[in-house]
Design a binder for this molecule. Structure first.
Ligand code: TPP
Ligand code: SF4
Length: 350
């Protein structure tokens, strides 16, 4: 069957600050199952990039293998993209990122892609604090290969064929916090109101920004007994706070009452407004985030929202002193500094 997306564009479609409509941020028509949570995440990314007036050609989308990893085809059709190997999105993103720091990097992965075959890659990209948005579209199963349980399936969760999982799950959010991630959030594909501002804040963060998005697989893991079904998540979701994101360039004219909300200012001057829901929760306290996640887990609840942010992180570019200019724009004079300089470098190693 051939799917064709109509090219019609309403002449009065709202435009963002750089003159683009949200259509300019769309991709190809999705071929995922109708109702798949992953499609809602693509829609949230389109909205976030449109509202932030990000130039599509300044974005690189990188993914691994899986239904989730197919999704970069369905958003930002005018951006750079690379659909890599299963579990290897982090190393491909690291290479591209170090060669060109002028792009925004959006990595899309699945729980199979990141928590099983790619777990080692995930761990290292977190601890290196690579400047990127890393999204795991977490459905607790291997959707593309027909619903096998994954490493994030909860104990006692039952899949569509009635199998009960007895293995301990890996919580990628906890792991990211333990490994030193500088921006950590969890959300639900069915909650665009929470997901879009989280994505905007994550893309403004300098360093590794991780969002674990619970994204039900309607075909293989949306049954009664699954802890990653739409019904289960809606019933067990508790948000740290309602949040809003104001980019650095926008005038701050919000109506938040003092005391009712908390502001977190990022390194570039952008502000995250949090209207507190959980009393005493401080998103700048890593230890408190780990404890809060564990407490909620023990009560059978899923804590969503902004869980931790370091407002002044040191990313891999700072640590490694990488080139400020893309490597492909450097000319011969810079790339070949001449005999004398090479001699002095060699001398410094003697
Ligand atoms: C090296 C390698 N091993 C196994 C596979 C088979 N395979 C393809 S996708 C996938 C898992 C996908 O699960 P996940 O990352 O959770 O994505 P989802 O499809 O659920 O979105 C597996 C095991 C593969 N493509 N390559
Ligand atoms: S199999 Fe599951 S994860 Fe894959 S497209 Fe269908 S609903 Fe989505």
């Amino acid at each position: 069957m051939t799917f064709i997306r109509p090219d019609f564009r309403h002449p009065q479609s709202p435009k963002n600050d750089i003159g683009y409509t949200s259509k300019d941020y769309e991709g190809a028509l999705s071929t995922l199952c109708a109702g798949c949570g992953h499609d809602s995440i693509s829609a949230a990314l389109i909205q976030a990039c449109f509202e932030m007036s990000i130039e599509p050609h300044k974005v690189a989308k990188i993914s691994g293998i899986g239904c989730s990893s197919k999704t970069p085809t369905y958003f930002l059709g005018n951006s750079h993209g690379f659909n890599s190997v299963h579990g290897r999105m982090p190393s491909v993103t690291t290479g591209a990122n170090l060669a060109n720091r002028e792009l925004k990097y959006v990595g899309v992965s699945g729980d199979g892609d990141s928590a099983s075959i790619g777990l080692g890659q995930f761990a290292h990209v977190v601890r290196r604090n690579l400047n990127m948005l890393y999204i795991v579209e977490n459905n607790g199963c291997y959707g593309l290969t027909k619903g096998q349980m994954s490493a994030t399936t909860d104990v006692d969760s039952v899949n569509k064929s009635g199998m009960l999982n007895e293995h301990q799950p890996i919580d990628l959010v906890n792991l990211a916090l333990e490994l030193g991630a500088t921006f950590v959030a969890r959300s639900f594909s069915g909650d665009k109101g929470q997901l879009v501002p989280l994505m905007k804040a994550a893309m403004s963060h300098r360093g590794f920004a991780f969002i674990d998005v619970v994204s039900p697989c309607v075909t293989f893991n949306n049954n009664v007994g699954s802890t990653k079904s739409y019904d289960y998540i809606r019933e067990h979701n508790e948000a740290t706070s309602a949040l809003d994101f104001v980019p650095m360039k926008d005038e701050i004219t919000t109506s938040y009452e003092q005391g009712a909300s908390q502001e977190v200012t990022l390194h570039d001057g952008s502000v995250i407004h949090l209207t507190k829901a959980i009393s005493g929760f401080d998103p700048c306290d890593r230890r408190a985030a780990i404890d809060a996640i564990k407490d909620h887990n023990e009560r059978g609840e899923i804590l969503t929202g902004l869980l931790y942010v370091d407002t002044d992180p040191t990313d891999l570019h700072d640590m490694s002193g990488t080139s400020c200019k893309p490597l492909n724009s450097l000319n011969e004079d810079v790339l070949c500094p001449g005999n004398a300089t090479l001699q002095s470098i060699n001398e410094s190693f003697r």
